[in-house]
Design a protein around this ligand. Structure first.
Ligand code: FAD
Length: 409
């Protein structure tokens, strides 16, 4: 019997969520489920700043990778989901086929686009050439390698982070201890830890869109870590050694510039023959559809919240929520039932780590700052791992990660 083929493009929070919900909701005789990604693993982005700050002597790149990324073969074992390790190059919505780099064309009956986003450099001169992004595993390793190489030849360092969103704040706060540890190891005669860290943020506050109490707590914590925050500062040009803010301000010298100031839909989305939203991702309707039998979720989706009339932000909880809703609609369609509109929650929980074992956990009904917030962050990660792996593997993998997280604290 021929069964419909459901293809999920991208194995991040949205893609894995959608694939697993569909696999749980449909019998194997009802549909074929295929998940495609160009990586054989899921990158757990909430821990990416940790990867960028694990000292090389604690974990060389290969060891870091095996510990930090989540292997898809283990995750999908016994789920009935077929994994294709390949790169998606394009889509023909009319003939319902995907084109893959190695496997050629792949026809589908239903498609979930969950391909995430990429760094947006806003065409700022010199930014793409000179700044370090933080989006992929390799980006994090490049950042730590660069810092450790620079610290071999000098006893001080100026790090500028462009973008005061959660990724920029988490990263810069975690640098504090990491850099001191490297400095102590390399310059054994150096008594004080010397470095300067600056966040440049274009809008009038860091963590725009966050609860004002969280912003206030984060600002206090950054100040305690001696991190300079410059809001209302737009980067207009970048050279190898300097960042140029808006006209009238002096250039800021820096040894390394890390750019976390913007994300956009993948450049390749332009070749998919589907409409694109203002941020280059796919505008979806209330059922999360962007075309006939084509859904988009997570960062790849531009969903307007019917309550606030504004687009949903891009984060893991929202990607998972959208994935669940799209999966339900695909299951309904396969069974000839009507679709249900996606109703986003009013608020989603978020945990922001601001250096070492200090995190601000926004649990919707209360906010927990400090060590307790950090413990909750670890428990959230453990819960995620237990949801996708066997309990024994999840626990082992989680413990190894925690050991690396605290290696620079
Ligand atoms: C540094 C950083 C820290 C973050 N921290 C948090 C946090 O603490 N909490 C939170 O809620 N959110 C956080 N986010 C945001 C969160 O990671 C994203 O919103 C979430 O991952 C979106 O899920 P997704 O499934 O849409 O995309 P992703 O998780 O990015 O998954 C997309 C997948 O598609 C694959 N892919 C892309 N292109 C292709 C192709 N052409 N062919 C095949 N496969 C492809 C990728 O390999 C990837 O696996 C963070 C993001 C970053 C960059």
């Amino acid at each position: 019997m021929i069964v419909p083929r459901i293809v999920i493009a991208g194995a991040g929070f949205g893609g894995i969520g959608a694939a697993r919900h569909i696999a749980r909701g449909l019998r194997r005789t009802e549909a074929e489920i295929i998940l495609i990604d160009h990586n054989p693993y899921q990158l757990y982005t909430p821990a990416l700043y940790e990867i960028a700050t694990v000292p090389r002597d604690a974990a060389p790149a290969m060891a870091l990778k095996t510990t930090m990324v989540l292997p898809l073969d283990r995750m999908l074992a016994g789920t009935g989901i077929t994994f294709i390790h390949d790169e998606i190059l394009g889509l023909d919505a009319k003939t319902r086929t995907l084109s893959l780099r190695d496997a050629g064309t792949l026809p589908f009956d239903y498609l979930v686009l969950a391909l995430g986003s990429e760094t947006n450099y806003f065409n700022i001169p010199g930014l793409k050439e000179h700044a370090y992004p933080l989006k992929r595993f390799e980006d994090a390793v490049r950042i730590r390698n660069r810092i450790e190489t620079l610290l071999r030849d000098r006893d001080t360092l100026t790090i500028v982070v462009g973008g005061g969103g959660p990724s920029g704040v988490e990263l810069v706060a975690e640098f504090e201890n990491y850099i001191c540890r490297i400095q102590r190891a390399v310059h054994t005669d150096q008594k004080v830890c010397r470095h300067q860290m600056v966040i440049l943020e274009g809008s009038d506050t860091i963590l725009r869109g966050f609860d004002p109490r969280i912003i206030a707590l984060a600002q206090r914590r950054l100040a305690a870590l001696d991190i300079k925050v410059c809001t209302g500062t737009t980067i207009t040009k970048v050279t190898e050694t300097e960042v140029y803010p808006q006209e009238g301000s002096a250039p800021i010298p820096c040894d390394i510039l890390i750019w976390t100031g913007g994300v956009a839909g993948l450049a390749s989305f332009g070749h998919f023959g589907l409409p694109l939203g203002p941020k280059g991702n796919f505008p979806v309707d209330e059922f999360l559809q962007v075309g006939e039998r084509i859904f988009a979720v997570g960062d790849a989706a531009h969903f307007i919240d019917p309550r606030t009339k504004t687009p949903l932000p891009w984060n893991a909880s929202i990607a998972e929520g959208e994935a669940r809703a799209a999966a339900k609609n695909i299951i309904a369609a396969v069974r000839g039932k009507p679709s249900q509109p996606f109703r986003p929650a009013r608020r989603y929980p978020y945990i922001l780590t601001v250096g070492k074992k200090y995190a601000i956990a926004d649990m919707i009904f209360f906010i927990l700052p400090g060590l307790s917030g950090w413990m909750i962050k670890l428990l959230v990660e453990l819960r995620y791992l237990i949801g996708i792996f066997s309990p024994a593997f999840a626990l082992r993998s989680w413990w190894r990660k925690v050991m690396l997280y605290i290696s620079n604290d």
